[in-house]
Write a protein that binds this ligand. Structure first.
Ligand code: 7TS
Length: 420
């Protein structure tokens, strides 16, 4: 089942995609900000939504809205069908074996907390080691700290090599030999590093270590295939993949999901309840207590159809083209410190200028309609390791253009002149 969320603006130019026409599908990209046409360079925080996703949510509320898995009335059946069709679509999007391996969550953060509070709480013991990397978002660090403090487990970290932000894998086998679980990000939200998750998960599997992949920055930008990655769990957020906020996905291998205790208790997640006893529902419903975000799932379904109509390979190529253009022009600025790899990186670009504080830059860029982010990007330990309190960050997506990269660079030069 698919939605009719095809990109109306998908046209060809010189045999390839005409990226500029896709912008017509995104109403918000035509906003004016502080008297200037908006240049939205904060898609790593949240992506914008095409009309097709907004329409799908509206259509759901106008024609199919009711609670799911409950009624025997027509609307409830339609809502249930739409919700389960979205689950099937997610399974196809990441190539899971079955839709039973797809748990709907509020987002990446909830997916990671779910694994920490169920699989890990059940299976890890005092003294066990949880292996992370030094570039994890707080969402893939704090849940493990909380668990480790509760059960007396310890954390270990795969280090980064320096400003180029690659993982130092020379000790990986030794680290894996001591670990029970490895949780790592696919793409860094600050450095733009694309981690070799296939190789890392294969080595973890050989060592008998359970793997969790944080795909928040990758799922909407590059093909993500859980079977070729070979991970045990993977989480991502709808709002970074052109879908709505408040919906996300946790993939888990079926055997693991089946053996795990539930996350929260309530409606939907039960098969039978007595005053003093309960039998839980089958997976994935066992992990979805309470009325789910049905409209969110419907919007996510439309978003995934939209992205796949463009093609995630093409999106990644476009991301990389923009990143390269930005990197080259930023690289010409005297004294700039540019973080992340110089090649094969994603379209997330962090930097600090020699003469302007990141927060000042982002504030002044906003005056020119350019939306940047400045701060620690929920990567405080990483920034401490790099020895900086904050960076400025530009993050691109397929609806950004080369002209917008150039406007971003112009704004940087403008701000530097003011501060000179
Ligand atoms: N993991 C990574 C790698 C992320 O980049 C983010 C959000 C999360 C997890 C959490 O996702 P959520 O949808 O559950 O909040 N990253 C960012 C960011 O870079 N700027 O704002 C949010």
């Amino acid at each position: 089942m698919s939605t009719d969320a095809k990109p109306a603006g998908l046209t060809k130019r010189d045999g390839g995609i005409n990226w500029a026409t896709l912008r017509g599908d995104f109403p918000i990209l035509h906003e004016t900000v502080n008297g200037h046409p908006l240049v939205y360079l904060d898609s790593a925080a949240s992506s914008q939504k095409p009309r097709q996703v907004i329409d799908a949510i509206r259509h759901h509320y106008e024609h199919h809205n009711a609670n799911v898995h409950r009624g025997i009335h027509e609307l409830s059946n339609r809502a249930t069908e739409a919700y389960e069709a979205a689950r099937q679509r997610v399974a196809e999007f990441i190539n899971a074996n079955s839709r039973d391996e797809i748990v709907f969550t509020r987002g990446t953060t909830e997916g990671l907390n779910l694994v920490a509070q169920t699989w890990a709480l059940e299976n890890l013991r005092e003294g066990d080691t949880i292996l992370l990397t030094e570039m994890e978002h707080h969402s893939n660090l704090v849940p493990w700290q909380m668990l480790a403090q509760r059960i007396g487990a310890q954390l270990d970290f795969i280090e980064i090599t320096g400003d180029d932000g690659e993982l130092d894998l020379q000790w990986l086998d030794e680290q894996l030999a001591r670990a029970r679980l490895l949780s790592l990000t696919h793409i860094s939200n600050t450095l733009g590093t694309v981690n070799p998750v296939v190789e890392i998960c294969a080595r973890a599997r050989d060592a008998g270590v359970v793997t969790v992949v944080d795909a928040a920055q990758s799922a909407g930008h590059t093909p993500v295939n859980v079977q070729s990655i070979g991970c045990d769990f993977l989480a991502f957020s709808g709002h970074k993949t052109c879908g709505p906020t408040g919906i996300g996905v946790l993939y888990g291998r079926r055997e693991l999901l089946e053996a795990m205790p539930p996350y929260q208790g309530g409606g939907e997640m039960i098969a039978k309840v007595e005053y003093r006893d309960v039998t839980f529902n089958v997976v994935p419903h066992k992990f979805e207590a309470g009325t789910p975000n049905v409209a969110g799932a419907v919007g996510l379904h439309a978003a995934l159809d939209y992205l796949d109509a463009i093609g995630r390979d093409s999106i990644f190529e476009h991301d990389q083209r923009l990143a390269k253009r930005a990197c080259e022009q930023l690289g010409e600025i005297d004294g700039i410190r540019l973080f992340g790899p110089s090649e094969g990186r994603s379209a997330v670009m962090s930097f600090i200028l020699p003469d302007v504080h990141a927060l000042d830059l982002a504030t002044m860029a906003d005056q020119k309609g350019v939306a940047l982010r400045a701060g620690h990007h929920c990567n405080q330990p990483l920034l401490a390791k790099l020895g900086v309190p904050a960076t400025a960050r530009a993050s691109f997506y397929f609806y950004n253009t080369e002209d917008e990269v150039d406007r971003f660079i112009e704004v940087i030069h403008h701000v530097r002149k003011l501060f000179a």
